[in-house]
Design a protein around this ligand. Sequence first.
Ligand code: GLN
Length: 205
Amino acid sequence: MIVGVLALQGAFIEHIEMLAHLGVPSRTVRKKRDLAGLDGLIIPGGESTVMAKLASSKHSGYLFDELRMLAQAGFPIYGTCAGMILLARDVLEGIEGQPHIGAMDIVVRRNAFGRALQSFVIDLSIPMLDVVSGATEQAPDFPAVFLRAPIIERVGQGVDIVATLDDSTIVAARQDHILASSFHPELTGDTRFHEYFLAMVAGRV
Ligand code: GLN
């Protein structure tokens, strides 16, 4: 298995390190041709407007067009934070006409926590992760790191809600082969979210 990490901008190194820690070979993706032969892709956090611009450029080989086609064909993708924004069908507080992949039937709101709460960590109970938590009777909470994070305001049919805050705000979801989280598992020492995505790539969950 080889997993790509979109490396145009943002926190891609941390994803590569986490995959290496899990013993999974990875490849940085900057152009369309870098996608050849990959089993899945992670889109990191960063600045979605910048990533969108770069990934729709001729220089990238129109990477987004290719990703849109791959996603329709069942290619597994995991987006964190800005990555989630790029995967969403619709973006609120986005830039008018901003290109995105749109592979997931969710509506997200960018920068949803405002200035006062630019970054914070919350321990979340995520039952989906039980499949990768081993034999523990009750899996420990997941430390969710939020950085100028988006939230999911609406999900379509066929989208499973993976994690919510206490007030029911949706912060992670899965639709078939697409996974998205508002928070950044790559900035923690907890590998379970990545392990779950790798299990999706392997077709085990
Ligand atoms: N606020 C950023 C955006 O709109 C996302 C922040 C992040 O990825 N940490 O793209």
